[in-house]
Design a protein around this ligand. Structure first.
Ligand code: CP
Length: 338
């Protein structure tokens, strides 16, 4: 049997997604357990984190397991990912050794590796996590690369807690301004999970240049068709917000300008008014607002939105803890290692 990893929710069946969300709800009710007694996870961070690191470390500990945190190039050796590379540069070891050695020590490997933001054609191959998956002999978990599947589950759980069945709910994924060009991972993920769960999804962004990668747009359309939902693109703020049940915000860099961010900056700067504010939320159907966090207040969303009762971003962040316990325990079970 090939190893089952958690790299994208697209690799999971709807039943498996429901199983994870059900387990997460159980872990939310019963925080402490022995489900990971004697088990361990290596959390490999190529980029910073607050929520992911804290919730994975704590989640493993609350279930009797142990987490080792590594930052290659800082507190661990730099890693080469290119097959056949002549390693006369900065990297001290190859993923072929790193993944296999870690697999002898731990039961699970989590990897956070953002794009390098130079060439999207390269970054969209997601070589770092696929390098781990290729060489590891234990399951690999995506802690955010070009998608963020743990965030998807936390988001889905928070929405189910509010709405129950999500089919047919009007869901708006809105681009927001940010002074820097950011990763598309959470936006790709929001599109995947919202369409998977059968919602009526609108991708709201300033211009066609901000539409997400064709791979995720195609998956979104296929998911929507399979789940009886819909995916549309809009550049009109008012009609997108009107009667929405869910507003999910994220900023990302326009892919046609990938790696040429000085060229994109003046375009992005024209769309600061995409900020989520109380007036826009008033157009919704008493909808909820969320964001993956971290969030720059009064740039992406106003204080009034962040502090409103309809903001469920903190619930979503809490849910990271619960869904990731489910991911760790179910991955071991699905791989016959429980
Ligand atoms: N949402 C999220 O992944 O947060 P961190 O970057 O703090 O881990």
């Amino acid at each position: 049997m090939s190893l089952k990893h958690f790299i994208t929710t697209q690799d999971l069946s709807r039943d498996e997604i429901d199983e994870l969300l059900g387990e997460a709800a159980r872990f939310k009710r019963e925080r402490l357990g022995r489900d990971l007694a004697g088990r361990s996870i290596a959390l490999v961070f190529f980029n910073p984190s607050m929520r992911t690191r804290t919730s994975f470390e704590l989640g493993a500990w609350q279930l009797g397991g142990y987490a080792v945190v590594l930052a290659p190039g800082r507190d661990a050796w730099g890693i080469e990912f290119e097959p056949g590379a002549v390693m006369d540069g900065e990297a001290e070891e190859h993923i072929a050794e790193v993944a296999r050695v870690l697999s002898r020590y731990v039961d699970l490997i989590g990897v956070r590796a953002f794009p390098k933001f130079v060439d999207w054609a390269v970054d969209r191959e997601d070589r770092v996590i696929h390098g781990f998956a290729r060489h590891a002999t234990v399951p690999v978990i995506n802690l955010e690369t070009i998608t963020h599947p743990c965030q998807e589950l936390a988001h889905a759980l928070a929405l189910r807690e509010r709405f129950g069945d999500l089919r047919g709910r009007k869901y708006v994924l809105t681009w927001t301004y940010h002074p820097k060009a950011l990763n598309t991972a959470v936006a790709n993920s929001a599109l995947l999970i919202a369409t998977r769960l059968g919602m009526d999804v609108t991708l709201l962004c300033p211009t066609p240049e901000y539409v997400l990668d064709e791979r995720y747009m195609a998956l979104g359309h296929a998911n929507a068709a399979a789940a009886g939902g819909r995916l549309t693109v809009s550049h009109d703020i008012e009609s997108a917000y009107r009667d929405a049940d869910v507003v999910y915000a994220k900023s990302w860099g326009a892919l046609p300008y990938f790696g040429r961010w000085p060229d994109e900056k003046p375009i992005r700067d024209r769309y600061r008014h995409f900020i989520v504010d109380e007036a826009k939320m008033a157009l919704t159907n008493g909808g909820v607002f969320s964001h993956c966090l971290p969030l720059r207040r009064n740039v992406k969303a106003t204080d009034g939105v962040m502090d409103a009762p309809y903001c469920i971003a903190i619930d979503e962040a809490e849910n990271r803890l619960h869904v990731q316990k489910a991911v760790m325990t179910r991955l071991l079970a699905w791989n016959g290692r429980a």
